[in-house]
Design a protein around this ligand. Sequence first.
Ligand SMILES: [Zn+2]
Length: 164
Amino acid sequence: MAMKTLVKNCPFCKKVVEQRAYAVWGRQPTEEDKWLFGTPMKLCPHCGKLYIDRDMQELAITGPRKQDTAVVGPASLRLGLMGGVLGGLLLALGQTTLALIAFGVALATLVADVALCPTRRRKLAAEKIASQKRLSDPDYARALKRAGYDIPQEYLDGKKEEQK
Ligand SMILES: [Zn+2]
């Protein structure tokens, strides 16, 4: 796993508006790795202009990625595997106490992820409803369409009702 830093500048005043890290799982980063779910419409805090952030995805249109819904995320899975391998190695070397610690950390990592899974899914579900609500405004839907997002026609027509 590697962390990459993403720095974004306002398209109008060019000042830095956002800086965050995102994880890449042992391969070349793709556009999807940078995604966050939320509204792509952002207000620049420096010049006050509205701009579109193409890394933001509306969950009502773009479904969650595999890592968003997985019971155990790829990061925890790797950490768990590493702990398991390390524990096995230590056990082979006769370091029982250290081996147990390594196994314990591995297990705790996996258990924590499984335990947090319902919370993560609830957040996704809440974000999906918020996304449908935003898109139920045809002006908003059309603005995103103009920005290059693939918006279904029913949102553009304003016929898509908010789903319960
Ligand atoms: Zn600006």
